[in-house]
Design a protein around this ligand. Structure first.
Ligand code: ADP
Ligand code: TRP
Length: 345
C-alpha cells in the first residue's frame, strides 16, 4: 500500500525581488521538498497589501516571484503555484479563525510588536497578519512549512489557532497538551510543522542585519551582473587594513560566501583571511564568482518567463484552480462543524 505524501506549503510576499535570504531560507528548500511532498507554494499578495500601495509594483513583483520559483526548479505542472488572492476561501477562513483567536496571542506577535515599538501607524491588516497566515496554512491541511527563522513564531501561532478551533468546534479537549504524534482524525484542523534550514535560517544582508526586502540591504537572486557586483562590493566590512590578518567569523562577506561554497572552498578562504595581505575586496570577488556560477544557469529561464507575462498568468490561474479544489472542501468541512451550511460552488 502506498503511503500518502505529506503536504508542504509556503508563501512569499511580492514586496520586491526575491533575494538570497528568500532563496536559501525558503525557495531552495521548498523546491527540494517538492520531490517527495505534495507541494503548494503561493505569492502572498494579500500579506503584501499591509504595506504595498503601488499596483504596478504589485503585478511586477508577483511575476518576479513566480518566475524565480520556476527558474529555481519548481515544476508548476507537478506542484501548485498560485496567487494567494485568487483563492477567496482563505479570507473566509481568516474570519473563522479570528473568532477563536485571543487578543493576547495577537499582541505577542513580533511583527505587530515591532511596528508598535517603532511608533509606526498600524493598520488592521498588520494586526490580523498572523491570522491570515494561519488560514493560508490550515486551509489546505498542510503538514510542513519551509520558512526562514523569522517565521517560526507565526507557525507557532498557526498551531495555536488550529488547536483553538479544534477545541471550540471539533471536540478537542480544552487545556490539555496536544499529541502531535496521534493520527489525524480527518476532521480537525491539522497542526503544521515549520521546517527551518540549519545553515541558512537567517541570511545576513549587505549591512549585516537580516537580509530583507523591507530593508535596502538585499541582493536579488537574478540581479543583472552589473547590479550584482555593485551590491556585493557594497557589503559592509570593518576597516582592518589589507596587510593585516582578519577574523572570518565576524565578516559578512565570509558568511555569505558560506552559502555558495563547498566546505573546502570555505576553509581555504578562512586561511586567506587569517594570513593577511588579503583584503575584503578580494573576498568579495570570490563571492561574486561563486554567486554568478550558482545562478547563471537559471537566469535565462527567469528572463524568458519574465518576458512572457501571459504564460505566467496562465500558470498562476491553473495553480489557483487546483489550490481551490483542495481548499474548498476543507472550508466546507469547517462550516459544517460550526453549524453553517455548505456553500454551492
Ligand atoms: P522579506 O523579509 O524579504 O520581505 P518574506 O517575508 O516574503 O521576505 O519571506 C519569504 C520567505 O523567505 C520566508 O520563509 C522567510 O522566512 C524567508 N526569508 C526572508 N528573509 C530571510 C533571510 N534573511 N534568511 C533566511 N530566510 C529568509
Ligand atoms: N509571512 C510570510 C513572510 O513574511 C509569508 C507567508 C504568508 C507565509 N503566508 C504564509 C509563509 C504561509 C508560510 C506559510 O515570509
Amino acid at each position: 500500500m502506498s503511503v500518502p505524501r505529506l503536504r508542504s506549503l509556503s508563501g512569499i510576499k511580492p514586496t520586491g525581488q526575491p533575494h538570497w535570504g528568500n532563496y536559501f531560507g525558503m525557495i531552495r528548500p521548498a523546491v527540494e521538498l517538492a520531490a517527495h511532498h505534495d507541494a503548494m507554494y503561493f505569492i502572498a499578495d494579500l500579506h503584501a497589501l499591509t504595506t504595498v500601495r503601488d499596483p504596478v509594483a504589485m503585478r511586477r513583483d508577483s511575476h518576479g516571484i513566480a518566475a524565480t520559483m520556476i527558474a529555481c526548479g519548481l515544476d508548476p505542472a507537478q506542484s501548485i503555484l498560485w496567487r494567494q488572492s485568487d483563492v477567496p476561501e482563505v479570507l473566509e477562513l481568516t474570519w473563522l479563525l479570528s473568532c477563536v483567536t485571543g487578543m493576547g496571542l495577537i499582541e505577542r506577535a513580533h511583527g505587530y510588536k515591532d511596528a508598535k515599538a517603532k511608533g509606526k501607524e498600524i493598520n488592521l491588516g498588520t494586526v490580523s497578519y498572523p491570522v491570515l497566515m494561519a488560514a493560508d496554512i490550515l486551509l489546505y491541511d498542510t503538514d510542513v512549512v519551509p520558512v526562514g527563522k523569522d517565521q517560526v513564531q507565526h507557525l507557532e501561532m498557526a498551531r495555536d489557532m488550529a488547536t483553538a478551533f479544534n477545541v471550540a468546534f471539533l471536540g478537542a479537549p480544552a487545556g490539555g497538551t496536544v499529541d502531535d504524534e496521534a493520527p489525524w482524525d480527518g476532521r480537525q484542523l491539522k497542526r503544521p510543522k515549520a521546517i527551518v534550514q540549519r545553515d541558512s535560517a537567517v541570511v545576513p544582508g549587505i549591512d549585516g542585519q537580516k537580509m530583507s526586502k523591507s530593508y535596502d540591504n538585499y541582493i536579488p537572486v537574478f540581479a543583472p551582473p552589473k547590479l550584482l557586483k555593485q551590491r556585493i562590493m557594497a557589503i559592509k566590512t570593518d576597516s582592518t587594513p589589507l596587510e593585516e590578518p582578519k577574523d572570518p567569523t565576524t565578516c559578512n562577506v565570509f558568511a555569505l560566501h558560506a552559502l555558495f561554497a563547498t566546505p573546502e572552498q570555505q576553509a581555504a578562504l578562512a586561511v586567506k583571511y587569517r594570513g593577511g595581505n588579503f583584503g575584503y575586496g578580494h573576498a568579495k570577488l570570490e563571492l561574486l564568482a561563486l554567486a554568478e556560477a550558482h545562478f547563471a544557469p537559471q537566469r535565462a529561464r527567469y528572463e524568458a518567463l519574465m518576458a512572457d507575462p501571459a504564460a505566467l498568468e496562465a500558470i498562476l490561474a491553473d495553480g489557483a484552480r487546483r489550490a481551490r479544489a483542495i481548499g474548498r472542501p476543507v472550508l466546507d468541512r469547517l462550516r459544517e462543524a460550526i453549524g453553517l451550511p455548505r456553500l454551492p460552488l
